[in-house]
Each structure stands twice: as structure tokens, then as C-alpha cells.
Design a protein around this ligand. Structure first.
Ligand SMILES: Nc1ncnc2c1ncn2[C@@H]1O[C@H](COP(=O)(O)OP(=O)(O)OP(=O)(O)O)[C@@H](O)[C@H]1O
Ligand SMILES: [Mg+2]
Length: 231
């Protein structure tokens, strides 16, 4: 079943440039897929369309059978809250602690404070930041801030994770840890789409890779599964 779908989507900007040109694709529920391509290829544009932060100039973006452009002003924020979103510039609130930044998606739920705290601690632990909760984003390195953004994206146990260059500032060890975290979510049934230009990292993940170039989808390949561990 196609779960995330672009139907002949073009996104043109006011200055006439095209971020995405006539792209069609289907992503199955419960799969993990990478999006790659050169800088300016359209990766962030594609993710912003799926988030509903931008609307297509033509074509349709359909998620779980719903056309994003048809969601009303009430439904769009509700839809976005179902997503785990990692933005390229991680977008943390500077006047809130790391803990409060990660807790943000849970504040709109009816969860008890104790349960929120438990989940935030769990999310921080998965990105190796257990001891940083009380600090403010400015006290963290760029890579640590990026990991706070990842913890915030997964704290809600989202059914869909959309991540834009989530490992851009991370060393190889942490990058692999973040990939393992996304795999865990996929194994639990989440649909995961990750934009990354780190081709060495993504080709080892045994996942489908969508390749954009100048706004067009030019390649769609299924990487071979990781080889069995040597004994
Ligand atoms: N708001 C905008 N106005 C005009 N052009 C834009 C706008 N946003 C993006 N573009 C253009 O659309 C194209 C795709 O941009 P996009 O940010 O999607 O690329 P990307 O693949 O994410 O690149 P990077 O790897 O550098 O993050 C680029 O040529 C960019 O200049
Ligand atoms: Mg980008």
C-alpha cells in the first residue's frame, strides 16, 4: 500500500526557480527510505511538501489517502503533530532547556507530567544526551543540538518520521547510532524518510534510495540488504 505519495508534484518558487519538477513516488507504510542528491537537488523541498510547510504548485501530495492541500486549517496542525520531524537547521527554542525542547511535542497531549518526564529521559538516552537535559541549546555543540532535535522528533513515537540531514553534524559513530534508532522505529512499524547526502552512510543501510537531481527524481534503487555478519 502506498502510504506517502507524490503525484506529479512540481514546486515552483516566486522567483521562478523550481525546487521540484514533476516528481511522482510511492513509499510503503513501515518502510525506511533515503533521499539523496546534490545540494539544491530538492531534498528539503520534498520533505517540506510532505510536512505541509509548503504546498505544491501542481500535483498532489497524498499521505495515508489524504491530500495534504485539502486538509483544513484545523487538520493541518493536527496532521503535523503525528509526524516526527527533524529539520535541517534543527529549530530548537533557545529560551528552553534541552529537556523542555524535547518535551514540547508531549505538552499538547494529555500525558501526566511524570510520564512526559519518563519519555523525555528515554529519548535523551537514545541519543546519548542523558546528562544534558538541564542545559540550554547554546551550551551544546552543533552535533549535540542536532541530537536534541532527533530526540524531540521521536519522543512522540511517531508513525511517520521525516528527517532532513539528521546526521549532517555527527561523527561516524553517532551517525550510525542515529541510523540504528531510525531502524528501530521502522521495525516498530513507523514509516521513515531521511534526506542525506552522506552516500557512504546510506548505502550500508539496506534501504531504498531515491536520488534527486535538479528537482527531478532520476534514480530509485533498492540497496542490497546488509550482508550477514561474519562469524
Ligand atoms: N524559498 C525559496 N525560494 C526560491 N528558491 C528556493 C526556495 N527554497 C528552495 N529553493 C530552491 O530550490 C532548489 C532546491 O532546494 P532544496 O533546499 O530543496 O535543496 P536540497 O536538496 O535540500 O539542498 P541541500 O543539500 O543544500 O540542503 C534550490 O535550487 C533552491 O535554491
Ligand atoms: Mg536541504
Amino acid at each position: 500500500m502506498s502510504f506517502l505519495q507524490l503525484q506529479r508534484v512540481t514546486r515552483r518558487f516566486d522567483n521562478g526557480s523550481e525546487g521540484l519538477s514533476d516528481v511522482s513516488l510511492d513509499i510503503e507504510q513501515g518502510s525506511m527510505v533515503f533521499l539523496t542528491g546534490h545540494s539544491g537537488a530538492g531534498k528539503s523541498t520534498l520533505l517540506k511538501l510532505l510536512i505541509g510547510a509548503q504546498m505544491p504548485t501542481s500535483g498532489r501530495v497524498v499521505v495515508d489517502g489524504s491530500d495534504i492541500a485539502q486538509l483544513g486549517p484545523g487538520a493541518l496542525p493536527w496532521y503535523r503533530r503525528q509526524l516526527g520531524i527533524v529539520l535541517q537547521d534543527h529549530n530548537l527554542l533557545n529560551d528552553r532547556t534541552v529537556f523542555d525542547n524535547v518535551a514540547l511535542p508531549l505538552r499538547v497531549t494529555h500525558l501526566a507530567a511524570k510520564e512526559i518526564a519518563r519519555r523525555v529521559r528515554g529519548a535523551l538516552a537514545t541519543v546519548d544526551l542523558s546528562d544534558r537535559g538541564h542545559l540550554y541549546p547554546r551550551h551544546l555543540s552543533t552535533g549535540e543540538q542536532q541530537r536534541v532535535g532527533i530526540a524531540r522528533a521521536v519522543v512522540n513515537r511517531p508513525q511517520i518520521i521525516l528527517a532532513d540531514e539528521p546526521t549532517g553534524n555527527l561523527d561516524p559513530y553517532l551517525s550510525r547510532q542515529v541510523m540504528a534508532l531510525f531502524h528501530q522505529f521502522k521495525d516498530l512499524g513507523s514509516t521513515v524518510l531521511v534526506a542525506s547526502h552522506d552516500i557512504d552512510l546510506i548505502k550500508d543501510q539496506g534501504c531504498r534510495i531515491l536520488h534527486l537531481s535538479q528537482g527531478a527524481l532520476v534514480q530509485d534503487t533498492q540497496a542490497p540488504s546488509a550482508t550477514a555478519e561474519q562469524t
